[in-house]
Write a protein that binds this ligand. Structure first.
Ligand SMILES: [Mg+2]
Length: 315
């Protein structure tokens, strides 16, 4: 078995603004494994928030390729790299290779629901974006917010799309002293769920008040190691393969989290359809799905997923 990795840049069709930065392209690392005439492919999106870059991820991966040649499998891989983007690309490449070697055929659901993300903008512009997304068939919208104009933005969107399911993602931008009041306001506006309001280091505060709406861990939840810290503080966990370090740990995390009473969200980074296909096996277990990463790209991979009317279609 031979393995290699390379970087790819995918321009976005429009800027992607969240609380911590604005991005204009997706920078990926792709791993390709080749053996017995079969090629397996996995991709990852290195994320600066977690100390990752394209260069650091390639540096993590390259020393492992000799071990892959010597028979490193997914089970052994779990202890050779920490949870994160590098392990994700290699784990998914190996899983893809195994699947193809078995001659297995796709038996998953033909489509999955997916929310549509609205990036940060002024309230009127977010209301217009919301109305457009609903007109195109979306039924759940995820609003990216920072610490400014929270009520104004959500109220404007709610007035524009009274029947839509709304999810808020603050990407760690809020503070504890305003959180309790904001949660009540969001509940009154009929928001279904709030994702990662506080910095990951401030999770403890979430255990100190009753939540009027469910709160979901994203930046605070990477792998099973985080579960003891999340219990009693979050109701929902956002599983992303770039955080778990691949589908192997993602399945294990999903299992263990459900056993502990958490609900699941399945999320993604800015990515191509390859990354969404890799996460597909977890789709039916999640109550919230945020799989619209590829819709932000100006151009997707060959054989892309199809997105439309609030769903994503395998073929
Ligand atoms: Mg998030």
């Amino acid at each position: 078995m031979q393995a290699r990795c390379f970087a790819e840049r995918w321009p976005l069709r429009t800027a992607f603004a969240i609380s911590r930065d604005v991005r204009t392209e997706a920078q990926l690392v792709v791993v390709e494994v080749r053996g017995e005439g079969v090629v397996g492919i996995g991709e990852c999106t290195p994320y600066a928030r977690y100390g990752e870059s394209v260069a650091s991820v390639m540096q993590q991966l390259r020393p492992l390729f000799a071990e892959v040649a010597a028979g490193l499998d997914r089970t052994l891989l779990q202890s050779r790299l920490p949870a994160g983007a590098a392990r994700n690309a290699l784990d998914c490449a190996l899983a893809d290779w195994e699947f193809k070697c078995r001659g297995a055929v796709f038996t998953g659901p033909e489509s999955l629901p997916s929310m549509q993300t609205l990036v940060i903008d002024d309230p009127a512009a977010m209301a217009v974006a919301a109305r457009n997304a609903i007109a195109q068939g979306a039924d759940t919208l995820k609003l990216k917010l920072d610490d400014q104009q929270v009520y104004q933005r959500v109220a404007a969107v709610r007035a524009a799309v009274p029947a839509a399911q709304l999810v808020i993602d603050a990407n760690e931008a809020w503070r504890a002293d305003t959180l309790v009041d904001r949660c009540s306001q969001l509940e009154e506006l009929g928001v279904a769920m709030l994702e990662q309001p506080l910095p990951a280091g401030d999770d403890e505060f979430l255990g100190t008040f009753p939540h009027p709406l469910p709160i979901c861990a994203d930046e605070s939840c990477h792998s099973r190691e985080d579960l003891p810290h999340l219990l009693g503080r979050y109701e929902i966990l956002n599983i992303k393969l770039d955080k778990t370090g691949g589908i192997t740990e993602a399945r294990a995390l999903a299992e263990e989290a459900e056993a502990q009473g958490f609900q699941l969200m399945l999320g993604c980074m800015l990515c191509t359809s390859r990354a969404i296909r890799a996460a597909w096996p977890l789709g039916e277990r999640a109550c919230f799905l945020d799989l619209d990463g590829p819709t932000w790209l100006a151009k997707d991979v060959e054989f892309p997923l199809r997105f439309g009317a609030g769903r994503v279609y395998w073929s």
